[in-house]
Design a protein around this ligand. Structure first.
Ligand code: ZN
Length: 411
């Protein structure tokens, strides 16, 4: 999906603003002698922006509108170094709420719903985004914030919340608590709107079934407004995103060139109307693909597939880009294997090889299972791995995040 003329006009307007504000990106363009774009090719040659650029602009170097127009900041967590500060104008705050309200409407949520918001409030864009969108829609917000499961369940019961907004892990915890206490008949939830961390299909089914609710994935990141820039519809065929506010490209993270619709790569986002901190070609390092064709729901907004991981997780094997989540998904289609696995990649005799270790109980033929898994990987990804099946419990486990992918080529 290449950039349209309308979108190009909006980009040029943002380029003018960035150059006259003298922001990092404005300077980058000025140095390159660029003052605008007129074709999709021009656009695809614009420099990228990166999280590091944003960090270097700390504290307020991203501010592109005059100070009297800025009404709020948000900040994204930096595990290392400085956080990123994103200034918002009143219009940015409103646009974000409009997009978020659209997300709720896409999920079939109406002003008669009661929305329990459990993501955190504060510098994060999470809680306040869920709340502003719900208010814009006209629904009733129950602004809980995270934690305090006792109180969450009490409010859920007494306020008869119909929508739960949360992370997938918190939804799972609540589902298990409700089950444990046997209070499912007192819960009125119909829908869950789940923030965009990566979660497996198995977990999704578990949460959906145990709470008896429909689940919707919402996408977004602090640098680009926050959550609410896209959501799946009831057909669950990818997340519709708002292309009147954003232009999304998928690029090959190695060649940095856009890939055709349908191909997996890195999500790169351009904000089309953002005032406080417009971003051009911002590399998210999230992996997904544009889903080609039309959605059965009839909505014309384009679709992004579920986030498949981060570019840092990508492996290139025999010239093919492979993501651990693709292997994980294949393994999940084999009910005989446990959820533990390990992938090892090495370079032997001038060739890349991938070994996949999986666990099973003793009830199946290990060799036959290994062959079936290898054949499935070959059919989905395009090369044949070596698959080794071991007894349940033999693969390493740890309290912290277990390291499942070991690339011996770089160790
Ligand atoms: Zn749809």
């Amino acid at each position: 999906m290449r950039i349209s003329n309308e979108q190009i006009a909006l980009v040029n307007d943002r380029i003018d603003a960035l150059i006259s504000a003298g922001s990092f990106y404005g300077k980058k363009l000025a140095e390159a002698g660029i003052s605008g774009v007129s074709t999709p090719e021009d656009f695809e040659n614009l420099p990228f922006s990166e999280k590091n650029d944003l960090r270097e602009a700390y504290p307020l170097g991203l501010m592109t509108a005059p100070e009297d127009k800025i009404v709020r900041i948000h900040s994204s967590s930096g595990t290392t170094g400085l956080p990123v500060i994103i200034p918002y104008t009143a219009k940015d705050v409103e646009d974000w709420a409009i997009m978020f309200a659209r997300c709720y409407a896409m999920a079939g949520i109406t002003p008669m719903d009661r929305i329990q918001v459990t993501p955190g409030y504060g510098l994060w864009t999470a809680g306040i985004g869920f709340q502003a969108g719900a208010e814009r829609l006209g629904a009733m917000v129950i602004p809980m914030g995270p934690g305090n499961t006792e109180k969450q369940l009490q409010m859920m019961r007494d306020m008869k919340s119909t929508v739960l907004c949360s992370t997938s892990s918190y939804a799972l915890l609540l589902a298990e608590e409700i089950e444990k206490r046997g209070i499912k008949d007192q819960i009125h939830l119909k829908k869950g709107v789940i923030g965009s961390e990566r979660w497996s299909e198995k977990m999704r089914r578990h949460i959906g079934d145990s709470l008896g609710i429909e689940l919707y994935d919402i996408y977004g990141l602090t640098e680009i407004y926050g959550p609410g820039i896209g959501i799946n519809c009831k057909y669950n065929t990818g997340m519709h995103y708002w292309d009147d506010y954003l232009y999304i490209e998928i690029i090959d993270p190695e060649t940095l060139r856009p890939v055709p619709d349908g191909e997996m790569g890195e999500i790169v986002i351009t904000t089309l109307v953002k005032e406080g901190a417009p971003l051009i070609r911002y590399r998210t390092h999230d992996l997904s693909r544009i889903i080609p064709g039309e959605c059965p729901c009839g909505c014309k907004h384009p679709r992004l597939d579920t986030i498949m991981g981060r570019t840092d997780d990508m492996m290139k094997i025999k010239g093919v880009n492979v993501f651990p989540s693709q292997i994980e998904e294949i393994l999940q289609s084999f009910p005989e294997v446990s959820s533990e696995y390990q992938i090892r990649i090495s370079h032997l005799d001038g060739k890349d090889t991938m070994r996949i270790y999986v666990e099973t109980n003793g009830s199946v033929s290990f060799l036959e299972l290994a062959d079936r898994i290898a054949a499935k990987v070959k059919s989905v990804i395009g090369f044949t791995p070596l698959v080794k099946v071991v007894e349940n419990g033999l693969l390493p486990r740890s309290e912290k995040k277990t390291r499942r992918v070991i690339d011996e080529r770089y160790e």
